[in-house]
Design a protein around this ligand. Structure first.
Ligand code: ADP
Ligand code: MG
Ligand code: MG
Length: 897
């Protein structure tokens, strides 16, 4: 194998005042490993250790799960270095070195993969640890933690078994909290743990530290492929090919009594962005205790404790000297990384150790505030601030919140763990959330606390409530990452799983009852509360302004109603990129005239019916043009097959006939006649305009008359862009161009107004893209209709793809749903070709995109690279598109430098 010849480096050391790696090496060392190295080099107190690279993981998975040959020796050498630095020996009965074996990928995946603490303990070393520490209770507490974690993570045993054993001992000893157990208590627990493992597995708990170490390394590599990790990767677009690194690090102990502690801190508030140290800690505890919600953690700072009204002391009071040192370290880290940091630390008998730092996950609201504040503090530039906010995350701010004026029937209060509001039916298990969510129900998941197994259910729920856990609990962290509103630690809620109810403030709420949660205040309300629409103001508006300074692509909205158009403008849309006229036809007042037109026996009959529709259609455009105040508006002429407007079943037909006086038999016959085997490829789009030119003539007339009317009223003259859908051939475009010009000129001549308009086409068929030069002869603009273009390029129906697309994604054939994120290779190639060929004939042909992809950040980056003029997306995604377009432009500038 290559690695034995060139002797690849698989292991990088850190700690002891220096490191082999640094923060720039995240791809190789994972985020955790790279930052442990960086912190070591900064001279911060990091327990020494080493990182096994992500390349070793990749090697492992591409070589039938076999390690690189030289890994063994390099791990051995890494361990020797740690032994020298700590003065302890791995496996030594008198002076044992204990280590943690921690996962850590390039992108942080909190809680998705596994970590084992206190590794190296066995029946001999536990005695050595007890003697060294002078604390038997501590040593056996560590050992029981190790057995439980290792058995769960490496040996695959259920953790409930251990929890039950512990509960039996607590009952026997008549204590309620873990910390009340004595040395003898823990020793007895350890004895029962070992028996249980042997009973389950048929062999004793592994005593050999070397075997333990390799077991844990394998388990961490294996955890890269567990279901939660896979699901999380898919949700966050993290490629499977990256692999995880493994960090082996000497242990420090937060469970060595009252001067020891463990905690988590954010340099600024991850929920609101407020510039204040924020976090939680627990005295006499280890690692996971804080996040797992086993005990309710205490505040770090005095001010936070006072605000919470907590009676337990803050770290500032309980450990004042370490706190001062810690505050200094934390400030150093934030200014070093010039971003908000999420930090793990442990205090061992009054000594501070740093265990992790990373750019902290945050809500969209916090991301905006932190980016704007850091720029205003002069730490980063406006452009850097723009790059700091994830465009998709803005979605969180573009949803309704509870109307401050609406009455609030508060039934419980907890912590404001993840902002936003949600209403839904109460469910108590992640499975129920998943099932009911998949069935289209809005549900709120109510749990004691959540664990990584619950991730799918959390994703399916509209919001999450937990009875236990703090602001950094699993529920809070994951909900913020997903943008789900969350109330955590609502301690007054008592859940009764058997009865499927929860009780709070004397009320009993059943599964299926409707509640509303306000993740911004931490309140749980009974019933559905009134919501208010979001708006763009404050930090959000500031950052959008900075984004616009860098943006090249214009952003328009897909809108046909006055409400959508107003929303779009409020969010900064610079025009309408797609107004679908058929939506206007479905209006109950109009559908009768539309049906009359469809039933007409000849052109004269159709024209009569169309004359009834004309004034209504004109009024639509007058309103839209008025709202858009001279901004461009792209209007697509009628697109769907006509039978979509007809009733289909006999009952529907009878009802329509009765209501309109139309003949029922005629309706039914016409519907049968018009039935198509494959309507998506049928009589639709401009094919309607070719067979029934009078329909498109009426629409063009309505558009131009409306434009004249608005211009005549003294308002800014509209610029209609008349768009013909589903064009495939140059000749088709020529026919439609002539029809449009003839009709428009007639109106303009008759009204004596001067209206500029454009004629163009939607490019949504592969042939149109390939023959774009032909189309450009008569089309002044192209709008890429990437929904249909994706369907027609793949030959996959968007409406039916749900049945098989998941199998494609699971098997890695598709990386993402091509209807969500543009297939840049295939569909993208067609766009590139069309742009190039169109421009060869008409250099200034205006190019835009109006499919769903117009609001997808990755697709927008592509649009920038092809040099389109604008993207168009739904009104609520306009801010997302503005930010994504700015980031794409900044990305291009950086590449050019
Ligand atoms: P995650 O990525 O899920 O946070 P970590 O690898 O960070 O997992 O470890 C889980 C917990 O164990 C954290 O609280 C961490 O601080 C603690 N921990 C990890 N390594 C050590 C160590 N060497 N000494 C003490 N605590 C540790
Ligand atoms: Mg961690
Ligand atoms: Mg289409």
């Amino acid at each position: 194998m290559a690695d034995t010849m060139v002797d690849t480096r698989w292991v990088y050391a850190f700690g002891g005042g220096g490191a082999d790696g640094d923060a720039s090496m995240k791809n190789l060392l994972g985020g955790k490993g790279a930052n442990l190295a960086e912190m070591s080099s900064l001279g911060l107190p990091v327990p020494p250790g080493f990182t096994i690279t992500t390349e070793a993981c990749v090697h492992y998975y591409s070589n039938a799960q076999v390690y690189p040959a030289s890994l063994d020796g390099q791990v051995e050498a890494g361990l020797r270095r740690v032994e020298e630095l700590t003065g302890k020996t791995f496996g030594d009965a008198a002076n044992p070195l204990l280590v943690s074996v921690r996962s850590g990928a390039r992108a942080s995946m909190p809680g998705m993969m596994d970590t084992v603490l206190n590794l190296g303990l066995n029946d001999q070393t536990v005695e050595g640890l007890a003697a060294l520490a002078g604390d038997r209770r501590f040593a056996f507490d560590s050992y029981r933690r190790f057995i439980q974690m290792y058995s769960n993570v490496v040996l695959g045993l259920d953790h409930h078994m251990f929890e039950e054993i512990l509960d039996e001992h607590k009952d026997r000893l008549d204590v309620t909290v873990d910390t009340a157990l004595t040395a003898e208590g823990w020793e007895a627990v350890v004895g029962d743990y070992k028996k249980a493992v042997e009973r389950e597995l048929g062999h004793p708990f592994p005593q050999d530290p070397q075997a333990q170490l390799w077991g844990a390394i394998s388990a961490v590599f294996a955890s890269w492929m567990n279901d939660r990790a896979k699901f999380y990767r898919r949700m966050h677009d993290i490629p499977e090919s990256w692999g995880t690194a493994v960090n082996v690090q000497s242990m420090v102990f937060g469970n060595m009594g009252e001067t020891s502690a463990t905690g988590v801190a954010f340099t600024r508030n991850p929920s609101t962005g407020q510039n204040r140290l924020y976090g939680e800690f627990l005295i006499n505890a280890q690692g996971e205790d804080v996040v797992a919600g086993i005990r309710t953690p205490q505040a770090l700072t005095q001010i936070a404790r006072e605000e919470m009204g907590d009676k337990n002391p803050s770290m500032e009071e309980a450990l004042p000297e370490v706190f001062t040192q810690f505050k200094g370290v934390v400030e150093k880290l934030e200014s070093h990384y010039s971003d908000m940091q999420d930090i793990e630390f442990t205090v061992e008998r009054g000594r501070l150790y740093m265990l992790q730092t990373r750019n902290g996950k945050r809500t969209a609201k916090a991301a905006l505030k932190i980016a704007v504040d850091l720029a205003n503090e002069g730490v980063i530039t406006h452009k850097e601030a723009v790059m700091r906010v994830e465009p998709a995350s803005l979605d969180q701010l573009l949803h309704p919140t509870i109307d401050p004026k609406s009455p609030r029937n508060v039934i419980a209060a907890g912590l404001p763990a993840s902002p936003g509001a949600a209403t839904g039916k109460v469910v108590f298990t992640a499975e129920d959330a998943e099932h009911q969510g998949a069935a289209g129900e809005s549900v709120i998941l109510v749990r004691e606390e959540t664990s990584p197994e619950d991730i799918r259910g959390m994703d399916a729920a509209r919001g999450i409530v937990t009875a236990r856990g703090g602001m950094t609990s699993h529920a809070a962290v994951v909900a913020r990452g997903m943008g789900r509103p969350c109330v955590s630690g609502a301690g007054e809620i008592r859940i009764d799983h058997k009865a499927e109810v929860f009780v709070t403030r004397g009320q009993t709420i059943k599964a299926g009852d409707i509640i509303t949660i306000d993740g911004s205040t931490g309140e749980v309300l009974l019933g559905a509360a009134k919501m208010v629409e979001p708006e763009l103001s404050g930090d959000f508006a500031t950052l959008m302004g900075w984004a616009d300074e860098s943006r090249r692509l214009k952003v328009r909205a897909n809108a046909e109603t006055a409400v959508d158009a107003r929303t779009a403008r409020q969010f900064g849309a610079e025009g309408i990129g797609l107004c679908r006229t058929e939506h206007m036809f479905f209006d109950p007042d109009r559908i009768a005239a539309v049906r009359e037109m469809i039933l007409a026996d000849d052109e004269a009959g159709r024209r009569l019916a169309l004359a009834k529709i004309l004034p209504m259609q004109r009024q639509d455009f007058v309103e839209l043009f008025g709202i858009m105040e001279g901004l461009p508006v792209t209007i697509r002429l009628l697109d769907p097959p006509l039978h979509e407007f007809l009733p289909h079943t006999e009952e529907e037909v009878a009802a329509v006939a009765a209501a309109t006086g139309l003949d029922a038999d005629k309706l039914l016959n016409r519907a049968r006649e018009m039935h198509e085997v494959n309507p998506m490829l049928g009589h639709r789009g401009c094919r309607l305009g070719v067979s029934y030119p009078e329909i498109y003539e009426m629409q063009v007339q309505a558009i131009i008359e409306a434009a004249c009317e608005v211009a005549a009223s003294g308002r800014p003259a509209p610029i209609p862009e008349i768009m013909h859908p589903l064009v495939a051939k140059g000749e088709e475009m020529k026919f439609l161009r002539e029809l449009t010009d003839r009709t428009a000129k007639a109106v303009i001549a008759e009204k004596g107004c001067e209206i500029e308009y454009m004629v163009g086409t939607m490019v949504e068929l592969p042939r149109a893209a390939l023959r774009a030069a032909d189309l450009a002869e008569n089309a002044e603009f192209f709008s890429f209709g990437t929904n249909d273009l994706t369907q027609t390029t793949f030959g996959i129906s968007r409406d039916d793809s749900g049945r098989f697309l998941n199998a494609y994604i699971d098997k890695g054939i598709f990386e993402k749903d091509p209807f969500v994120t543009l297939d840049q290779e295939g569909v993208g190639d067609l766009i590139r070709i069309a742009a190039e060929r169109g421009r060869s004939v008409r250099p200034n042909v205006k190019l835009g995109i109006c499919g769903e992809h117009g609001g997808d950040p990755a697709s927008i980056t592509f649009c920038e690279s092809v040099g389109l003029d604008y993207v168009s997306c739904s009104a609520y995604r306009v801010p997302i598109a503005r930010l994504a377009a700015a980031q794409a432009a900044i990305g291009v500038m950086e590449k050019d430098r």
